[in-house]
Design a protein around this ligand. Sequence first.
Ligand code: ZN
Ligand code: ZN
Length: 146
Amino acid sequence: MGNQASAGRPPQVSPEHLRPSPKVSQRAEFDERALRRAILERRLAPCTRGQDEASPHLDECPICMLNFPGGLNRSSCCKQPICTECYLQVAPRMSSRGVSCPFCKKDNYTVGYFGPPSAAARAKARQEEQLALASARKEPEPARGN
Ligand SMILES: [Zn+2]
Ligand SMILES: [Zn+2]
């Protein structure tokens, strides 16, 4: 299980991951060909099926709360992860025009896909999450003034 980059080889995306699940494709109107191209060109994460169970090898989409292998898209503005299916519901035209970021509300929402995060980046994210949880637990309820 090496971590070798497969440079020079065409990206391997199985055909079933080039389109979202029926529940999304029925609801959102989007250009399926453009989507397929974006995934093959690695501009969007493949539409892998999210899993309910969290795992150190998966990344959670904060919108649908499902866990995905292979890394998620990230917003250019605030670097928040989002799975391709949720992205399509936010920006069905895959264009930033008139779309604001679902996280920070900045206009012209765009995402990028950079592949799965490195083990180090994942460990750091997990650590930050743990710290955030711990401090949230420690924090006393704000005193009610009146
Ligand atoms: Zn999602
Ligand atoms: Zn944002």
